[in-house]
Design a protein around this ligand. Structure first.
Ligand SMILES: [Zn+2]
Length: 363
C-alpha cells in the first residue's frame, strides 16, 4: 500500500503536533490504539499515523496529527459531501433498473415528502402501507431530508425558516431544501465545491462557522453531515452552532461511529478512520455528551439506514491494499453473508451502527 503514497509530499516535523487531551471530552489519558495507519482512503498524503483511544470517553483521537494550518494538504482530491449523500443506497441503484418499481417508489416518495416535510400532515394510509412494506425506503428519504421539521410548522408561526449546512460540499442537500421552500445557506472549506454551489445560484461561504463570528440567532436549523470528525476543536464548533441557532432551533449531526461493527471487524483498515483527515472519531455517548456540554438540552439519536455494503466493501479494499474508490457493494458471497450479519447486529444494537446520527434542540 505504501507504494500508492510514494510520490506524495511528506510532512515536516514542524507541521505535526501531538494533542495532549481528547478533543471530545478534554481528558488527558489517551492510550495507544493503532499505529502505522496511512491515507488508505484517497492516497492523497504521505505519513504513518496513530490513533489513541480516550480512557474516559472511548473516542479515537489522531495523535500525532498535522497542525490545523497544514491539514489542507490532505484534501487535494477529496469528495464533496453531496456525492456521498446520494450514493448511500445500493438498493436505490438496483431499483433504477426496474422502471415500474421505480415509478411506484417515486410516487409514494413524493406523497411522503409533501406530507412529512412540507405540510406537516400525517402520512396517508396507502403510503403508510407502502412504507411498512419497504421501511428502508422511508429511512432513505428521512436521511435525504435530514429529519428536519415540516416547513409548514414555521409558516404557521409566521416564520420563513433559515437553514445552514456546514460542510455543504456540492450543495445537493441545500438544493433539495431550497426546492421545499427553505432559505438555505452553506459553508465549506473546499474552493471548488463553493464555486460549484455559486454557479448553481446557492449562497455559500468559503470557510467554516467562523464566518459568522459575532452573529447570533440566525437559523432555525443547522446541519453537519460528516463534518465534526474533521474538526480540531469540536466543542467550540458546537458552541458556535448553539449561538447561531434561534431558541428552539435544531442541530442535526452525523459522523462515523467508533463502536461500529465494521470498525470492530477491520480495525485500522476501517473506512471510517480516514487518516489524517479524521482527527476525532466519536462514540454515540461521547458525541451526545459533547453536544450537551455545548449547551443543547435535548439530544436524540435518529434512525438511519446502515450503509453496510458500502463501508464493508471499502474497508475490504483497504485491507487488501487497494484504494476503495467508488465502490458501493460487496461482490463475494462470503462478504454478502458478513454484511447480513452486520445488519442484524446493527438492528439489535444501534450502538454498533456505522454512523451516529443525532439531533439536538436549543432550549
Ligand atoms: Zn475523551
Amino acid at each position: 500500500m505504501s507504494n500508492l503514497l510514494k510520490n506524495k509530499s511528506t510532512w515536516l516535523q514542524s507541521e505535526i503536533e501531538t494533542p495532549l487531551a481528547c478533543s471530545a471530552c478534554g481528558k488527558t489519558e489517551l492510550l495507544p490504539k493503532y499505529t502505522g495507519v496511512e491515507d488508505w482512503t484517497f492516497g492523497n498524503t504521505a505519513g504513518s499515523w496513530s490513533y489513541k483511544i480516550c480512557s474516559n470517553c472511548a473516542s479515537l483521537n489522531l495523535a500525532p496529527r498535522p497542525k490545523e494550518e497544514f491539514i489542507g494538504r490532505a484534501y487535494t482530491s477529496y469528495y464533496t459531501h453531496g456525492a456521498s449523500d446520494q450514493n448511500d443506497s445500493v438498493a436505490t441503484k438496483t431499483l433504477k433498473r426496474n422502471k415500474p418499481r421505480k415509478k411506484l417508489r417515486d410516487y409514494f416518495k413524493k406523497i411522503y415528502v409533501r406530507n412529512r416535510y412540507l405540510l406537516g400532515k400525517e402520512t396517508p394510509m396507502l403510503t403508510k402501507i407502502y412504507f411498512s412494506w419497504k421501511p428502508n425506503k422511508q429511512l432513505e428519504i428521512d436521511q435525504l431530508y435530514r429529519h428536519v421539521p415540516a416547513l409548514q410548522h414555521y409558516v404557521n408561526q409566521g416564520v420563513s425558516p433559515r437553514l445552514l449546512d456546514v460542510g455543504c460540499g456540492d450543495g445537493i442537500f441545500l438544493e433539495r431544501m431550497a426546492e421545499l421552500g427553505w432559505n438555505v445557506l452553506g459553508c465549506d472549506f473546499d474552493v471548488k465545491a463553493v464555486r460549484g454551489c455559486k454557479q448553481k445560484g446557492l449562497v455559500v461561504e468559503l470557510g467554516g462557522l467562523e464566518k459568522f463570528d459575532g452573529e447570533q440567532e440566525l437559523f432555525e436549523v443547522i446541519t453537519m453531515s460528516h463534518v465534526i470528525e474533521h474538526v480540531y476543536q469540536p466543542l467550540k464548533m458546537m458552541q458556535k452552532a448553539m449561538r447561531l441557532l434561534k431558541p428552539g432551533g435544531i442541530l442535526w449531526c452525523e459522523t462515523p461511529n467508533a463502536n461500529s461493527a465494521i470498525h470492530q471487524r477491520y480495525g485500522s483498515y476501517w473506512r471510517g478512520l480516514e487518516a489524517p483527515r479524521h482527527v476525532i472519531i466519536f462514540t454515540t455517548e461521547s458525541l451526545k455528551t459533547l453536544v450537551k456540554n455545548a449547551g443543547f438540552e435535548e439530544v436524540h439519536p435518529l434512525q438511519r439506514l446502515n450503509p453496510t455494503e458500502k463501508i464493508l466493501a471499502a474497508s475490504e479494499e483497504m485491507a487488501n491494499g487497494r484504494l476503495p474508490g467508488k465502490i458501493y457493494r460487496v461482490r463475494s458471497r462470503a462478504l454478502k453473508k458478513i454484511a447480513k450479519q452486520i445488519d442484524r447486529t446493527a438492528f439489535r444494537c444501534p450502538e454498533a451502527k456505522e454512523f451516529i446520527t443525532l439531533c439536538a434542540i436549543k432550549a
